[in-house]
Design a protein around this ligand. Structure first.
Ligand SMILES: Cc1cc2nc3c(=O)[nH]c(=O)nc-3n(C[C@H](O)[C@H](O)[C@H](O)COP(=O)(O)OP(=O)(O)OC[C@H]3O[C@@H](n4cnc5c(N)ncnc54)[C@H](O)[C@@H]3O)c2cc1C
Length: 467
């Protein structure tokens, strides 16, 4: 049994590890376009900030660790073409040499690539790139290019185009390095994955840390500013009301999201779905014989929304693991995502799970969202912090649909959102959250856990129909 995984990040490696674990006799090959298998790209901002001192520390496992599990790694090797009927994969090795490899089962984990927004100067023959201090950020190669700019050009100012979670993490990282940051976001508020009310709190945290935040501002053009010294780059943007905005900087980071990398799969005949991602069933089967796919290149089944595109590391790990099992003949199903996410922004953290108010409405629920606040632990014990909560429940059924939290980075925001994620996963009502037997000691919590207080605030405001 020869299993071949294309891609050496979360999905491909998870598939390979799981297959090797279940059947140590399986012959597992992982084909990786670069030399950095199993690197935590989620950790890139913390290497850029200097908190992680060596890039090698970002490896979940070293090449030797991976090979010790029995898998064969083909690094700096690109999968070029899949011959589905012949069950063969055409590879181009480090020197460009071509090779045909046979497989019994193939797992595609080609992931995602950064979106290149339509900004003049970013594409085309005279496009500005990493050597000019203009960067996209997704791979370890991109990271090394960013670090070269930081070390060689010592930028005093940077412009970050995009204020999604990666853009925010990078603002944090660059400020930690002493770089003055302007953040441009075309949407009306930063971090569009939470309701604007919480986005406004994130905005305030950025501003309090000295980041210039320009929301409702769309970057249109990047160019050289005419000198080779500080302020060598210019961004021209416009606001929602049509006003022109200009900023100069020594470095520009374009972080406006990702799109699935599906060229290889599509050329092999795989069907594409939401946002052009590879259509897979819950068993991660593509519909092409003996070809599975997982991670950022595939559609994601959402437990409340059905098919979505939700590129996240946690999801890629789970889907990869399932693809690895099923490649060996199992019939495991991906149970679905809730889009649970958390991000640290300087001293604060923001998290969400399930649906935002608008998403719930668009999905046909009758959502009511109630905002409230509670302490992370008893206020009489030193160091307590307020947590702002937004609880979204369905007016018709009382079911919990979503929760969003914002509070200090030491207020256990991540683990608290996981209570809500577990509740939504299990179809609980908002009211039933109060019945959960959760832990308490004054330095770490309250008799009513903050999330339970958020649920009770929702129940106070909402009169449910007699069910
Ligand atoms: C800065 C940053 C921070 C992030 N933070 C978080 C976070 O905090 N939490 C979270 O859940 N997610 C986070 N993510 C998202 C997360 O990293 C991705 O969802 C995850 O890496 C997806 O894994 P993947 O294996 O599907 O794809 P990718 O990581 O995109 O990897 C694709 C792999 O395929 C290889 N490949 C592509 N084409 C070929 C080919 N033709 N031949 C051979 N190899 C090929 C690539 O070299 C790579 O190894 C972050 C992402 C970034 C960039």
């Amino acid at each position: 049994m020869h299993l071949v995984m294309i891609g050496g990040s979360d999905a491909g490696i998870s598939a390979a590890l799981r297959a090797g674990e279940l059947d140590p006799s399986a012959d597992v090959t992982v084909v990786v376009a670069d030399a950095y298998p199993n690197f935590s790209i989620c950790g890139i901002p913390y290497y850029v900030s200097g908190e992680v001192t060596h890039w090698r520390s970002l490896a979940h496992r070293t090449v030797a660790d991976l090979e010790a599990t029995g898998m064969a790694l083909r690094l700096d090797t690109k999968a070029r073409r899949i011959d589905v009927p012949g069950r063969k994969l055409q590879l181009a090795g480090p020197g460009g040499e071509e090779e045909l490899v046979s497989y019994d089962k193939l797992v595609i984990g080609t992931g995602a690539v950064p979106v290149q927004p339509p900004i003049i100067g970013l594409t085309g023959p005279d496009a500005l790139g990493p050597d000019d201090g203009v960067h996209l950020l997704h791979t370890m190669g991109d990271t090394f290019a960013v670090m070269r700019t930081l070390e060689e050009a010592s930028p005093a100012r940077a412009i970050i185009v995009g204020a999604g979670y990666v853009g925010l993490e990078m603002a944090d990282a660059l400020v930690a390095r002493g770089v003055a940051v302007t953040q441009m976001e075309q949407l009306p508020e930063v971090l569009a994955t939470v309701d604007q009310e919480l986005g406004a709190l994130v905005h305030a945290e950025l501003a309090s840390q000295g980041v210039e935040v320009l929301t409702g501002t769309t970057a249109r053009q990047i160019s050289r500013a005419g000198s080779t010294g500080q302020g060598r780059l210019r961004v021209i943007a416009d606001t929602a009301s049509g006003e022109a905005v200009q900023r100069t900087a020594d470095m520009i980071l374009i972080v406006t999201g990702v799109r699935p990398d599906t060229e290889l799969a599509a050329a092999a005949g795989a069907r594409l779905g939401v946002r052009g991602a590879i259509q897979v069933d819950p068993a991660m089967q593509t519909g092409l014989p003996d070809v599975l796919a997982a991670g950022d290149c595939v559609i994601t089944h959402h437990r409340l929304l059905g098919e979505t595109y939700l590129p996240l590391g946690t999801t890629a790990h789970k889907q990869g693991r399932i693809a690895g099992e099923n490649a060996l003949g199992a019939s495991r199903h991906f149970a679905g995502s809730l889009g649970t996410q958390v991000v640290k922004i300087f001293d604060q953290a923001a998290a969400r799970t399930g649906l935002r108010h608008d998403e719930a409405m668009a999905a046909g629920f009758v959502p009511i969202t109630v905002q409230s606040a509670a302490d992370d632990h008893k206020a009489y014990y030193p160091g307590s912090h307020r947590i702002t909560m937004r609880v979204t429940g369905d007016r018709r059924t009382g079911r919990l649909l979503g929760m969003q939290l914002f509070g200090h980075k030491h207020a256990e925001i991540a683990k608290r959102i996981d209570i809500a994620a577990t509740a939504i996963y299990n179809g609980m009502t908002v009211e039933a959250i109060s019945d959960l037997d959760l832990s308490y000691t004054p330095p770490l919590g309250s008799p009513w856990e903050a999330v339970q207080m958020g649920a009770q605030a929702w129940n106070r405001e909402v009169t449910l129909p007699n069910l």
